[in-house]
Design a protein around this ligand. Structure first.
Ligand SMILES: O=C(O)CCC(=O)C(=O)O
Length: 266
């Protein structure tokens, strides 16, 4: 958790959000979901505009806390009153995690807590579960939704002006917004400038192979989930990939390497 924006920065951000969202209202969504995410908007041009304007606003500010990171994906996120749960997930792999880490800078535009569906994380789950995450690979914690939500996920309670920076590999979730006001947030997925951004693709016909594609911000403004990447270069493959679904006990054991306290929550 960081103190991120002062009041004057916040004012400028609010104005930028109004402008972008006003323009975005005309576009259909490619994916039906409980929440509004600019990543799902049907217009790649508008998604690129969001990317450029929000990157310009935030990149230098985020690098007060990071060491030369650049945005790869930017999401504007609105959770309407009475709904908006985001399922338990990890973010996809965006870099070779044996060498680098990508992060999400998560910026609420209002105070956030469990009441309005803040981000909740499992401390320590970012390092020992899997470095291979993609829409074509099932979650290693598949089916453990109830115990994860009930026992291990902990809310980030933030005031307006603060932000959370999470490793993209951390398990996270957010609940419904049970207040009367929309919960708006911005997510910047950022990668080290020197790292090549990547996307793993697992072909259902050859599930023991992961193809590795070099991608960029433009790719993610036109990307359709679950499809094989097009218009980007394949730069390698991983053979002998085995998907292993973890039991709750296995997951706790692995997370406890980074967070020994998790064992007390079982
Ligand atoms: O804003 C939310 O509720 C969820 C955000 C999220 O999943 C993310 O930042 O990766």
């Amino acid at each position: 958790m960081i103190d991120f924006l002062d009041e004057s920065e916040f004012g400028a951000l609010f104005q930028l959000m109004e402008e972008l969202k006003e323009e975005g209202r005309q576009f259909e969504m490619n994916v039906e979901s409980e929440y509004k995410l600019s990543f799902f908007a049907s217009s790649p041009e508008w998604r690129m505009k969001v990317f450029q304007r929000v990157s310009d606003f935030f990149t230098a500010k985020a690098n007060r806390f990071l060491d030369d990171y650049v945005p790869l994906i930017i999401n504007l996120f609105d959770k309407e009153p009475g709904g908006g749960e985001v399922p338990v997930h990890q973010n996809w792999s965006f870099v070779d995690e044996s060498r680098y880490r990508s992060v999400s800078v998560w910026i609420p535009l209002c105070d956030v807590s469990r009441a309005n569906g803040t981000l909740e994380v499992i401390a320590g789950s970012h390092d020992t579960l899997t470095e291979f995450r993609s829409p074509s690979i099932p979650w290693v914690f598949d089916g453990l939704w109830d115990p994860l939500r009930e026992k291990y996920l902990q809310p980030l309670n933030l005031r307006r002006g603060q932000a959370g920076i999470i490793d993209d590999a951390i398990i996270h979730w957010s609940s419904d917004n049970d207040t009367d006001a929309v919960r708006s947030t911005i997510q910047l997925i950022m990668v080290p400038r020197e790292a090549t951004p990547i996307h793993y693709y697992r072909n259902p016909e050859n599930p023991e192979q992961l193809e590795i594609f070099a991608v960029d911000a433009e790719f993610f403004t036109r990307f359709q989930m679950h499809e094989k990447p097009v218009g980007v270069q394949k730069i390698g493959e991983i053979n002998g990939f085995h998907y292993h679904k973890l039991s709750e006990a296995e997951l706790v054991e692995k997370v406890s390497v980074r967070n020994p306290h998790i064992k007390a929550l079982v």
